[in-house]
Design a protein. Sequence first.
Length: 215
Amino acid sequence: MLHHFDIIAPFYDRVIHKLDLKRLINLLKLPTRGRMLDAGGGTGRVSSRLRTMIDEVVVCDLSLPMLKQAKHKGRLWTVQSHTEQLPFPNESFERIVVVDALHHFYDQQLSIQELLRVLKTGGRLVIEEPNIDKFIIKWVALAEKLFLMRSHFFSSDEIVAMIKEQGFNACVESDDRFFFWVVVEKNKVITQVLAPNHRGNRRLYRRYQNVCDYI
């Protein structure tokens, strides 16, 4: 199988689209304390720009040549791994960012499940993706298919549906041009509910509900 990103790693940063850094900072609510995962982060072009806004950054990608480029940027931990099976314990990261990468993952649903698993309660996940509803992005998707890149683009509604299957809510922001951002804030709200037991008494239950507190 042709490993496209291994080939383009040395010049990837020079040909990829311009980063909307201000928007990412706002959506990730940076600066903050803790650790951030840049999933599918490749050369670290995103996380290297955010490195000073959080204590520790880990770049995870399947392409070793891309990760070598990230290493050259300094102060970034790199891990070679499939996003579908992340080598991290539950609730390891306060922030997770996925920029222009979800459509390259082998299994998007499983990847989202893993990302939410390693995201800490109270943490925030931001996914940036090209808007497949736009005509020019449809051409990009066709070009990637012709180059056998096995990309699979999803609409924002489809990504939100995947997140909801995991029991979480998500919010969407768009630039009304080529990209959208899906935001998940992994909050756990505890409410007390009184319910009768089998003896007719009442006992206290705790019900946990995941909500999105993004405005």
